[in-house]
Write a protein that binds this ligand. Structure first.
Ligand code: MN
Ligand code: MN
Length: 304
């Protein structure tokens, strides 16, 4: 009870003081949002370094450091329509997590909005693309993720590209940055149905030539999945399964820029803040800005 015997709404007053952590530029409501950010704090199938369940908030904290005006694209995020829904609960079970991701992304896709999913580990991508047909997919990853199952689990994070191939069909997936594949994966006949662009190939041909190749093959909407270990550990040390000799941060940025207007779903996965010096979450936050700002910039130039 407050003073004078009048009942005071302390809960409402407290709420005015506290803020739930969200991406700083996510100021839209759902009805008007074009981009729907949410976190999936799941890392239960991670085989080496766990901790990606902590990444969504780590990315949000890093994002706070960035300007709300993106000078490279001339985009003010205050003019963009972004919402941050917060995180799904941290479930133990991969099957249940995937069905939750499938449900929430279905709602978002049905409303013609773009899900921006913050992992969590790579397995969660499968839940999102269960809703999609007749699309192309770009994956950034050090690993082919092409095992049929791993630790007796078909939805382990080591099986993502294999599951995607089953859902999307041949010649629909390009995975960039590959430098870790088992003999079993490379000998599977389906391996040729995905275009794996090795990190070595990116280095020798240059990312622009790889982008031109993708443009000549792809003509549909694109789901874009960034496993942060695709980038060299020098730029992105805080990942679950680091692999030396990777992509540069700019390789990934240029690829995002080149396809931003065709992207209908976007995720960033496999960051482990426990092993980070801060740079990995920072880079992830910047990739979100690069995606939204380059897409908005393309849409804006079309209006003219
Ligand atoms: Mn992966
Ligand atoms: Mn990987």
């Amino acid at each position: 009870m407050g003073s004078n015997g009048k009942k005071k709404d302390n809960a409402a007053e407290l709420n005015e003081h506290f803020n739930h952590l969200k991406i700083a530029d996510a100021t839209s409501d759902y009805a008007t949002a074009d981009y729907v950010i949410f976190g999936v704090p799941f890392d239960n199938t991670s085989s080496y370094r766990k901790g990606s369940r902590l990444a969504p908030n780590s990315i949000r904290v890093a994002y706070d450091n960035l300007e709300s005006y993106e000078v490279n694209y001339g985009i003010d995020f205050g003019d963009c329509h972004i919402i941050d829904q917060g995180d799904l609960p941290a479930y133990e079970d991969v099957n249940y997590t995937l069905s939750e991701v499938e449900d929430v992304t279905r709602l978002i896709f049905n409303d013609k909005k773009i899900p921006v999913m913050l992992g969590g580990e790579h397995s969660i991508t499968v839940g999102a693309i269960r809703n999609l047909k007749d699309i192309d997919m770009i994956i950034i990853d050090a690993h082919s993720d092409f095992r049929d199952s791993y630790f007796e689990n078909k939805f382990n994070h080591a099986c993502v590209t294999r599951r995607a191939l089953e859902m999307l069909g041949p010649d629909r997936i390009i995975s960039i940055g590959t430098r870790s594949t088992s003999k079993e994966e490379i000998e599977y006949e389906g391996y040729k149905k995905v275009r794996f662009v090795s990190a070595n190939e990116v280095r020798s041909k240059g990312i622009k030539n790889i982008i031109n190749e993708i443009k000549s093959r792809f003509d549909k909407n694109i789901y874009f999945s960034i496993d942060m270990d695709g980038i060299d550990p020098a730029y992105a040390p805080g990942v679950g399964t680091p692999e030396p000799y990777g992509l540069s941060a700019n390789d990934v940025r240029e690829t995002i820029n080149a396809f931003a207007d065709k992207i209908i779903g976007f995720d960033i996965v496999e960051i482990t803040p426990l092993y980070d010096n801060g740079n990995t979450s920072m880079l992830a936050a910047k990739f979100i800005q690069d995606f939204i700002a380059s897409r908005e910039n393309i849409l804006k130039s079309r209006e003219k």
